[in-house]
Design a protein around this ligand. Structure first.
Ligand SMILES: C[S@@+](CC[C@H](N)C(=O)[O-])C[C@H]1O[C@@H](n2cnc3c(N)ncnc32)[C@H](O)[C@@H]1O
Length: 404
């Protein structure tokens, strides 16, 4: 494997970048405005080792033990109806897709997208159990969706409902070789795309290559871990002493060395490993998850019909903040701790007259709920993953987007 350390570090923070990954299709050009570093899309990486999941076999749909999070609430706000077209932008193991089709067997079409080749294969398998064409499986990221839809001649303003269940799937977490999980020893990989994109570095490449300052920035920004400095130092020292850090267990042990105990308490007072936030940070960084989510919401808006519904489940505050800001038309770059009403007030004060008028005219979404929806106590007991879930739903403004 050869890739330039200096390139990785010097190009690490490119700040606000403009990206037009969807523009090949000529349909939609997205400005990637989320003010966080991008993953290493521009770095030269030659000769990626093909050691990982070429051999992972896809389990059949029936064997995948996955409980879709907040399925009741998701179905109730998505409200799929006969003859509609719904896009599940995060197919995963198909938990929500199956529930949508179970409750609405006369749905015209369900488009199932996932960037993970294993999930894609599951969607292909599932599609065979339904009427031909009723499930349309797509392999790609949110940013690939415009070109995939255009190949099928599906135009803007035509989709009735869109679901995004963000983040990592239980299937990805449970497969040790994917390197997402703290509790299962595996190679530190974490690429949701598998080996589809040869220029996407694995988590091991990131951990073994970034300098201390940038490692600290990743852990702080994406893990929101106040011990980021100490953790980054420990990683650099471990690299110097023992060489490359290749496995999930190895990284977890290094992070734990910074703390008095390897476990602290989570929101529910249950033990959580101290490396959880570092793992979250790496995963978000490797998969460019925040920019993907932000751009995914632009794509969703473009393809929904006016009045169509966008339903989003998120699992940590960084993601939820992005969704909230899209749905409430708040500047993505505004400071994070301002209350919503204060931000709206600020923007009103700053932008009286023309700009305010423009923002009203350009309002893109109408949130359907005032408050974020969370899982019930009963669901949290049955499915602990739902404890941090936040559900938001908005409709595309009528009159918005027809000229896009
Ligand atoms: C939480 S799981 C979805 C689980 C699914 N709702 C179910 O019930 O089985 C998230 C899935 O979204 C996929 N994903 C995450 N970000 C994505 C992106 N930017 N583009 C496409 N797929 C993405 C992941 O690969 C993963 O399979």
């Amino acid at each position: 494997m050869c890739y330039s350390k200096t390139a990785l570090n010097s190009q690490f923070f490119c700040g606000i970048c403009t990206m037009s990954s969807a523009s090949n299709s000529g349909i939609l050009t997205m400005a990637n405005t989320y003010p966080f570093p991008r993953a290493f899309h521009d770095f030269t990486i030659c000769d990626i080792e093909e050691e990982n999941f070429n051999n992972i076999t896809c389990q059949s749909n029936d064997n995948v033990s996955h409980i879709p999070v907040m399925a009741e609430e998701v179905l109730s706000v998505l409200n799929p109806k006969e003859n509609q077209i719904i896009v599940d932008m995060t197919f995963g193991s198909g938990g929500h897709t199956k529930e949508i089709l179970r409750r609405c067997p006369l749905l015209k079409q369900l488009i199932a997208l996932d960037r993970d080749p294993v999930a894609y294969q599951l969607s292909v398998d599932l599609s065979k159990q339904f009427r031909p064409g009723q499930i349309l499986p797509f392999l790609g990221t949110f940013e690939d969706l415009p070109s995939l839809l255009s190949k099928e001649k599906i135009p803007a303003n035509s989709i009735d409902g869109i679901l995004i269940d963000a983040g990592v799937s239980s299937m990805q977490l449970d497969t040790a070789e994917r390197g997402f999980s703290l509790s299962k020893d595996g190679l530190l990989d974490m690429r949701m795309d598998g080996l589809r994109n040869k220029d996407q570095p694995s988590a091991a490449m990131v951990i073994n290559t970034l300098d201390e300052k940038n490692l600290c920035a990743v852990i702080k920004k994406y893990g929101e871990d106040k011990n980021a400095h100490k953790i980054a130092r420990a990683i650099i020292e471990a690299r110097a002493a023992f060489g490359k850090i290749e496995s999930t267990k190895h990284l977890a042990t290094i992070v734990a060395s910074v703390f008095d105990s390897p476990f602290n308490k989570d929101m529910l007072g249950r033990p959580a490993h101290v490396a959880t936030k570092t793992f979250q940070a790496l995963r978000i960084f490797v998969n460019n998850e925040l920019n993907q989510l932000s751009n995914g919401l632009h794509v969703a808006h473009h393809y929904l019909r006016p009045g169509g519904r966008c339903v989003v489940l998120t699992f940590h505050s960084l993601e939820d903040r992005i969704v909230k800001r899209h749905f409430h038309s708040i500047d993505l770059k505004a400071p994070k701790n301002m209350s919503l009403s204060y931000q709206q007030l600020q923007s009103t004060v700053k932008t009286l007259d023309n700009e305010l008028l423009q923002s009203i005219v350009n309002k893109k979404w109408t949130p359907l709920q005032k408050k974020v929806i969370t899982a019930t106590h009963e669901e949290i007991l049955k499915n602990p993953r739902s404890r941090s879930a936040k559900l938001r739903v908005a409709t595309k403004e009528r009159g918005s987007g027809e000229k896009e």
